[in-house]
Design a binder for this molecule. Structure first.
Ligand code: FES
Ligand code: FES
Length: 181
């Protein structure tokens, strides 16, 4: 009889909510988010670190959750696409910009793009960002639908919306009291 896979307890903050879970030591972070926490906005495309669909923010920096283990996230603060809109459901300016400029079609790649763009615009808050810099920032995310032109337009629009509204490009989640389900 095969020995059961070892498990380890982790504590992780996702979108400001603290979760404590026993996880198999080989569970991918992407699978933890999707299957344990039911945050299915994090998409899995290639599972090889190539497409960027699984991008989440780890202490504010974009990472590929298909290349990380859940146990590595012990103590980390993560932001997933579910953490972008306000608690009342109002779209985040980056989401609003993608919607306005038709920056998505099937939407499979979109969560990864949104988080990549949010981190980029936090670090480059110019309301009229350089197009070459935008394309460089997007180069790690693949989209099979849009041809990228609308996504570039979305980044430009998002930069303006962020400047106009003063909404943080990366939401600052106050750690909520209590634990996630
Ligand atoms: S699923 Fe992680 S980079 Fe493609
Ligand atoms: S919108 Fe379909 S893959 Fe990008």
């Amino acid at each position: 009889m095969e020995a059961a896979e070892p498990r380890r307890e982790i504590t992780v903050w996702v979108n400001g909510i603290r979760y404590r879970r026993q996880v198999p030591v080989r569970m991918l972070l992407a699978d933890f988010l999707r299957h344990e926490l039911e945050l299915t906005g994090t998409h899995v495309g290639c599972e090889h670190g190539v497409c960027g669909a699984c991008t989440v923010l780890w202490d504010g920096e974009p990472v590929r959750s298909c290349l990380l283990l859940a146990v590595q996230a012990d103590g980390a603060h993560l932001t997933t696409v579910e953490g972008l809109a306000s608690p009342g459901g109002r779209l985040h300016p980056v989401q609003e910009a993608f919607r306005e400029t038709h920056g998505l079609q099937c939407g499979f790649c979109t969560p990864g793009f949104l988080l990549t763009v949010a981190a980029f615009l936090r670090d480059h808050p110019d309301p009229d960002p350089d197009e070459a810099a935008i394309r460089e920032a997007l180069s790690g995310n693949l989209c099979r639908c849009t041809g990228y032109q609308h996504i570039v337009a979305a980044v430009k629009r998002a930069a303006r919306l962020l400047a106009e509204t003063g909404v943080p490009a990366v939401p600052r989640h106050q750690p909520a009291g209590g634990e996630g389900a």
